[in-house]
Design a protein around this ligand. Structure first.
Ligand code: CO
Length: 297
C-alpha cells in the first residue's frame, strides 16, 4: 500500500515536470510565434482614393516592424469590383484570418479602420469572437480587436485636434468647413452629433453633416446660415474620398450634390477631395488603438 502511494507520488511528480516543461515550450512558442496585424476597412473601388488606405497600411507597418500587416475589406461589392476591374484580390476579414491561422500566425490584432462602432464594426467583433472560440490547431494563441476611430472620450478629443491641424486653415478669414460623414441607422450614429458638440464647445466653424442619416444637408444649411461664412470648404469625414465624396459631395454637375446645393444657397464653396486617411494624422490614432489592443489582452 505504502509502496503504491510512493509510485503514485513519483508518477505525479513526473507528470508535473512534463507539464511544466511543455508549458515552457508553449511560452517560448508564444514569444517566437508569427505576429500579425489585420487592418479592416470598408474598402473603395476608386483606385486613386485607395492611397488613403495604403497610407495607413504603410504607417502601421512602420510602427510595428516585427508584425506582418495585412488589409481586408468588408464590402463584397467593392471586393468583387476590384477583382473584376483590376484583378486584385482583397480578402474579407474571416478569409484573411483563416489564411493567417493556416500560415502559422500565433498572435494577431484585428484593427478596425471604421469611424464609428456601427453595424460594420459589430459584425467584425462577431468574426473575432468566432475565431477566439477556436482552440488547438485551429485557433490563435492571442487574438484581439482594436476599436474604431471614435470610441473613448479621448478618441473624440484627439480627432478634434486632428481636424484642427488638417483643416483650420480653411476656416481662416471667416471661412467654414462642412464635413460629410456617412451615417447609419445604427445607434452609433450619435457619434457624429457628439463631434458637432465638441466643435461648438471649441468655437470652431466646423459643421458635421451626413449623406445617409441625421444631421443631413438641411441641418448643414441651417448651421451655415447662423455662421454666415465668407466661404465653405467641403471635406469628407470618411477614411477615403471615394464614391460618396466624388458624387454626393463634389459633383458640381449633379444638382443634388452638396456642392451644388450650397452654391445654390449663395456660398462660395470648394470641395476637398481628400479622405481623412490622406496625409498625416489618422493613421497615428489607429496605431494608438492597436497598442491598446496589444495591452488589453
Ligand atoms: Co454609402
Amino acid at each position: 500500500m505504502r509502496k503504491m502511494s510512493y509510485a503514485v507520488f513519483v508518477f505525479v511528480v513526473c507528470l508535473t515536470v512534463l507539464f511544466s516543461a511543455s508549458a515552457f515550450a508553449s511560452e517560448r512558442a508564444k514569444s517566437e510565434g508569427k505576429q500579425g496585424i489585420l487592418l479592416v476597412a470598408f474598402g473603395t473601388s476608386e483606385p486613386d482614393a485607395r492611397s488613403a488606405i495604403d497610407g495607413i497600411v504603410g504607417a502601421v507597418r512602420k510602427a510595428f516592424p516585427d508584425a506582418e500587416v495585412r488589409i481586408s475589406y468588408t464590402s463584397n461589392i467593392i471586393r468583387r469590383k476590384i477583382l473584376k476591374e483590376e484583378g486584385l484580390v482583397v480578402d474579407t476579414p474571416p478569409i484573411a484570418l483563416a489564411k493567417m491561422q493556416d500560415e502559422g500566425f500565433t498572435s494577431v490584432v484585428v484593427q478596425s479602420l471604421h469611424i464609428i462602432s456601427g453595424e460594420e464594426f459589430h459584425q467584425l467583433a462577431g468574426v473575432v469572437r468566432a475565431f477566439s472560440s477556436l482552440r488547438g490547431k485551429y485557433g490563435f494563441e492571442r487574438l484581439s480587436l482594436g476599436r474604431p476611430l471614435l470610441d473613448s472620450m479621448e478618441d473624440y478629443m484627439k480627432t478634434v485636434d486632428m481636424l484642427k491641424a488638417k483643416y483650420a486653415s480653411f476656416a481662416a478669414d471667416g471661412g467654414a468647413v462642412a464635413f460629410m460623414g456617412h451615417g447609419t441607422h445604427h445607434g452609433a450614429n450619435a457619434a457624429y452629433s457628439k463631434m458637432q458638440l465638441l466643435f461648438d464647445e471649441e468655437g470652431l466653424p466646423f459643421v458635421m453633416g451626413l449623406v445617409e442619416a441625421f444631421p443631413d444637408i438641411e441641418s448643414v444649411k441651417r448651421r451655415l446660415k447662423e455662421l454666415n461664412p465668407s466661404r465653405v470648404t467641403l471635406v469628407p469625414f470618411m477614411v477615403v474620398a471615394g464614391d460618396h465624396a466624388k458624387n454626393d459631395m463634389a459633383d458640381a454637375d449633379d444638382p443634388e450634390s452638396w456642392v451644388s446645393v450650397l452654391r445654390g444657397e449663395g456660398y462660395a464653396v470648394e470641395p476637398l477631395l481628400k479622405g481623412l486617411g490622406d496625409g498625416e494624422g489618422l493613421a497615428e490614432l489607429f496605431i494608438d488603438h492597436i497598442r491598446e489592443a496589444l495591452e488589453n489582452r
